[in-house]
Design a protein around this ligand. Sequence first.
Ligand SMILES: Nc1ncnc2c1ncn2[C@@H]1O[C@H](COP(=O)(O)OP(=O)(O)OP(=O)(O)O)[C@@H](O)[C@H]1O
Ligand SMILES: [Mg+2]
Length: 460
Amino acid sequence: MPPAKLLIVSSDKSFRQVLRDILANEDFSVLEADSGKKAIRMLSEFDFEGAFCDLNLSDLPGKKMLEELQSLSPDTSFLIVNATNLIDSSLEAVRREAQAHFSRRKRKEGLFHTIEEALERSRGSGGSKQGGDKKEIEDEFPEIIGRSKAITDILDIIKKVAGSKSTVLLTGSSGTGKELFAKAIHCHSPRKDKPFVVVNCGAIPEHLLESELFGHKKGAFTNAVSSKKGLFQEANEGTLFLDEIGELPFELQPKILRAIEEEEIRSVGSNELIKLNLRILAATNKDLEEEVKNGKFREDLFYRLNVFPIHIPPLKARGEDVRIIAEHFVQKYASESSKDIQGISPNALAMLKNYPWPGNVRELENAIEQAVLLHDGDGYLEEADLPLFLEKREAERKKRFVKEALDKRLSIEEYTREFIKRFESEYSEKKLAQLLGINSKTLWEKRQRWNLPRGKKQPA
Ligand SMILES: Nc1ncnc2c1ncn2[C@@H]1O[C@H](COP(=O)(O)OP(=O)(O)OP(=O)(O)O)[C@@H](O)[C@H]1O
Ligand SMILES: [Mg+2]
């Protein structure tokens, strides 16, 4: 049988070289294309079993090229890889990417399995440190609980990317731990002693966002009574975490892109360019590729952010993590309230495992905290201690709070303020706004007005 033919598409020469080295020992015939146009030409001339495509190309938008390649050669398996900004972690990155891809699509399993093995071998023989030592990882990330493969894989990646300046895009639904993981990247990076600044792109009203991000000069607009530093500048030398990036208004996207690419900003009303040194992390619970398709998110910004994608799966999909995380929080809250709770009874555990956890780890933590609070402090947590109908828990707590507010004869304004103070550590800003029946921007404005800056509970 002739050797399988593979194509490597990337404008990055050293990256092509790495891949080629990995594949060289195998019985593959490997060709390279350094541009999108060349890749298209080659695919129309030859049959390839598989192609590794880096979508950050110098000549064509990567996505467009990929679509064209796929229609040219529907039988070829395409594997998307990211070369840009990867330092010596690129090998591992490719391996991870490959792995993610293999589990997503089982196409051409045999072929890619061989590549995967080759990557594994090459990693081992390269003298690079072997990842995946669970104990070691546990010690290195004490704040992150959970030992599912999904989580240890992510921690492994985080260890590798933390040292570089690569942009990381964290995706996953609410409460999965995007912010926690972003913080972990910062804390394991050489910038750990510099600022970690969080921008919630969804919570700041559109007309203020630019000045919040880039700052403004005195007199730049009606309310600009004094000059103000923007969050980009606050984060200088450190890490800027662009949370809820999917909410970034379309008109601002080119400005953000430019700021990230050029590493310089101009504050509103000023001509002076400010040079910055920033590591950018971003997170979203939206499907950004879908947003790009629908014209809501700029493709160029998406690719600039998606250099290193990390997806955090929902808690429900993480198997034993529900138990491990629940037990961790039982210990934590029991010791905080000096209760002698031994653990969780099998029935209660079964109940926790059956629950879908739409609010993920945040919801589980809250459920355990409440259960510990209500427990009389001896023996095990039983079913009866758990908020019986977890789904109704939120509604019931809110009802109780409303009743208290009525008893105290609070005004609506007072009620809202108390509500924020009472629940802000437990819910995301989005959820808080939802429970209050207002949108995130109104919530942000109220916080500003009442001098109640967003203060999220820090991981223990
Ligand atoms: N693996 C974990 N171990 C321990 N705590 C966790 C873990 N994952 C999440 N948490 C905790 O759950 C809460 C929610 O996490 P985080 O704020 O990082 O989620 P998120 O994905 O940013 O959610 P949202 O999209 O709602 O902002 C935090 O209090 C965080 O410390
Ligand atoms: Mg978050």
